[in-house]
Design a protein. Structure first.
Length: 308
């Protein structure tokens, strides 16, 4: 495989007194081109004012270290598809609106959003509610696109099938403001065959949703068999999708310019007292097209050359 230039990075944290500046520093330590972050803890709505995020300092650091883009991920607690508890729907709309404005302040072109769960009401009801919520927050002058993430299908998740994503987008007042985050682990766990038929799966996506509708890829391997609907990420190349299939998508000629984000699990040390991010080594592996079957073991035992 002749490797070409891609935009590759990982999830990084945004916390501490330096916030966004810390995010940029972490991404640079992995030799990334881009990165993804939450604007605060993804499990709660506690957020610092934009003025305390160190936006200008972060961008200055990015420009000095070859980082070209930040992608923001909306927190997990947002569920616009909830028809059962109106207070959750209303708080989700309000919080998403504020997160969009924070992402715009951070100059992110993309905010990734889980479509949510219908919590037992059925996918049709959930999709209608989700569309209602999105129509409330999407502005025609919005400076970013919302990327609905493909989901694994656990519980009442919406977005397991490409047809559901197309249905959501088609019901919006401003569909041009919404695209898709294609998560390889989720697509695999939902039942699509990326191992043997990645090109066919991508063609199906293009037919159902649209060729230019992928705003970002989450390049995750999976701990599970295809169709398990469990959503458990594995380190790049170490799971049921495997290195070869992931690299095929990573360097697919139709999607070279689409940002690729790693969300691999951190590796626990042999004694369980420390955790190590695998991203620098995974990015090296991806760029050199060289899979090291001992990478996780090296991190676990402290015998790696990068983090020792």
């Amino acid at each position: 495989m002749e490797l070409q230039k891609i935009k590759i990075g990982s999830h990084v944290s945004m916390k501490g007194k330096d916030m966004f500046l810390n995010s940029a520093r972490e991404a640079a330590s992995y030799d990334a081109d881009i990165f993804m972050a939450y604007t605060g803890a993804p499990q709660n709505s506690k957020r610092k004012p934009v003025e305390e995020l160190k936006v200008e300092e972060g961008w200055a650091y990015m420009e000095a270290h070859g980082l070209s883009q930040v992608i923001i991920h909306a927190p997990y607690l947002i569920n616009l598809a909830n028809t059962v508890k109106d207070e959750i729907f209303r708080s989700s709309v309000e919080f998403l609106d504020s997160e969009i404005r924070r992402a715009e302040a951070l100059r992110s072109p993309v905010m990734i959003l889980h479509p949510g769960s219908h919590v037992g009401a059925g996918s049709e009801a959930g999709i209608r509610q989700l569309c209602e919520g999105l129509n409330q927050v999407i502005r025609p002058d919005m400076k970013l696109v919302i990327a609905l993430e493909t989901m694994a299908g656990k519980g009442g998740e919406i977005g397991r099938r490409f047809e559901e994503l197309e249905k959501i987008i088609s019901c919006l007042n401003h569909p041009e403001k919404v695209k898709v985050c294609f998560d390889t682990c989720h697509v695999h766990d939902s039942g699509y065959d990326l191992v043997n038929s990645a090109d066919q799966v991508l063609k199906e996506f293009e037919t159902v949703v649209g060729k230019n509708m992928i705003a970002v890829f989450h390049m995750n391997d999976s701990k599970n068999e295809r169709g398990s609907a469990k959503d458990r990420h594995e380190n790049y190349g170490f799971g049921k999708i495997g290195f070869e299939a992931l690299q095929h998508i990573m360097y697919h000629p139709d999607y070279l310019d689409v940002p690729k984000i790693l969300e691999s699990p951190w590796v626990k040390s042999e004694d369980g007292k420390k955790e190590f991010p695998p991203y620098k080594e995974e990015i090296i592996s991806i760029r050199t097209n060289c899979f090291d079957p001992m990478m996780v073991e090296k991190l676990r035992t402290g015998n790696n050359t990068i983090y020792s």
